[in-house]
Design a protein around this ligand. Structure first.
Ligand code: ADP
Ligand code: MG
Length: 387
């Protein structure tokens, strides 16, 4: 009777949550560095989805708690962090768009989560590697019913310019810093927003992916100096395009996954920055504050959302407000002296968690639509030849 109704209600509620959903937010706390152990941690407690931090206040000590879908403490392993992301990966192969992005101040562990530490072992591989391995694994399990084509792009947004990270100079060495291209973002009803000029590289195994990611990392490091660590000032985005053909019906599914390692979220003191540093500070602030504005306006359900204010928000437009499944990893450093950034990061994340997405939608063409699209394309080509 009563319990049954409750149970049914809960099921319905969960279904609706799954369909509509908010942006899921996972928080991860970096461990102290070796030899740093007698530092006091700003993190007071982690329990279920709640993190409590100590906030210095006028009358001594204050505390503040924040709730997220999950909170990972300093001892969480890469495997644990990835553990319940498999449904998300599976849905890319079902034709959904998925976006996973890492936010936090420089040094808080964004690259560690997305890619891994400097020397990557199988155990320390980050989300990017694991997500792609899973894609191949699940695609293979479905080989009797689906044929999948998987390809990747890797771009960087630096000072509001979009660059291709998968370009080689032909000899497979890093290509010269000066030859970076400025790429355009283009919208098409088929692919959504994409970067048509960035190399789109077909991949068929985890080894292909590791090679490409190494190339991307090398290209990303070009131009970095001790004083100017580009990687902390640029956003990098690995995009995986998946196309699946249903072997029985011929229907085509199209899924896309963005894996984004954002620039450090710390506020750069503009009064002290000059020259290139000032330019960088202004551009990073532009992209990240544009992200903040987009989140705020989505959270308030405003009719106008200012996606166009930065390249980053244009790129993520489909994932933030649209029919995508979106997960944000927010990272915090445990040190007491980082508490200012920690609080502003947690407050930002709290706001992100309130954003409600539209119902996630499958990108699917039935065999008929596919045929019509091909006809249109060939008619267009015939027209173009006549002109
Ligand atoms: P970010 O990309 O946010 O600037 P990094 O990912 O480079 O930060 O992390 C800074 C340092 O801390 C790196 O040496 C990284 O390997 C280490 N680190 C970060 N998170 C973890 C973690 N969860 N476990 C172990 N080491 C970590
Ligand atoms: Mg980094």
């Amino acid at each position: 009777g009563y319990h049954r109704v409750l149970e049914d209600n809960r099921k319905l509620y969960n279904q609706v949550q799954d369909l509509k959903g908010s942006i899921r937010v996972y928080c991860r706390v970096r461990p102290f560095f070796p030899g740093q152990s007698n530092h006091l941690s700003s993190v007071e407690n982690i329990e279920d989805g709640t993190i409590t931090v100590n906030v210095p206040s006028k009358n001594g000590k204050g505390r503040r708690s924040f709730n997220f879908n999950k909170v990972f403490g300093p001892s969480a392993t890469q495997a644990e962090v990835f553990l319940d992301m498999q449904p998300l990966i599976r849905s890319v192969l079902d034709g959904f768009n998925v976006c996973i992005f890492a936010y936090g101040q420089t040094g808080s562990g964004k690259t560690h989560t997305m890619t891994g530490p400097k020397e990557i072992t199988e155990k320390s591989q980050g989300v990017n590697y694991r997500a792609l391995s899973d894609l191949f694994l699940i695609a293979d399990q479905r080989r009797d019913t689906f044929h999948y084509d998987i390809s990747v792009q890797m771009i960087e947004i630096y000072n509001e310019q979009v660059r291709d990270l998968l370009v080689t100079d032909g000899t497979n060495k890093r290509y010269p810093f000066t030859s970076y291209l400025v790429l355009l973002l283009v919208f098409s009803s088929q692919k959504g927003l994409s970067v048509p000029d960035a190399s789109l590289v077909p991949v068929s195994s985890t080894i292909d992916v590791i090679e490409l990611m190494n190339l991307g990392q090398r290209n990303r490091a070009v131009g970095a100096t001790a004083l100017n660590d580009r990687s902390s000032r640029s956003h990098s985005c690995l995009t995986v395009h998946v196309q699946g053909r249903d072997l029985a019906s011929g229907a085509i599914l199209r899924g896309c996954m963005h894996l984004v390692d954002l620039a450090g979220s710390e506020r750069v003191d503009k009064s002290e920055a000059t020259g290139d540093r000032l330019k960088e500070a202004q551009h990073i602030n532009k992209s990240l504050s544009a992200l903040g504005d987009v989140i705020a306006s989505l959270a308030q359900k405003n009719s106008h959302v200012p996606y166009r204010n930065s390249k980053l928000t244009q790129l993520l437009q489909d994932s933030l407000g649209g029919q995508a499944k979106t997960l944000m990893f927010v990272h915090i450093s445990p040190e007491c002296d980082a508490i200012g950034e920690t609080i502003s990061t947690l407050k930002f994340a709290e706001r992100v968690a309130t954003v409600e997405l539209g119902a996630a939608r499958v990108n699917k063409d039935s065999a008929d639509v596919k045929e019509l699209k091909e006809q249109i394309a060939s008619l267009k080509a015939a027209l173009a030849r006549k002109e």
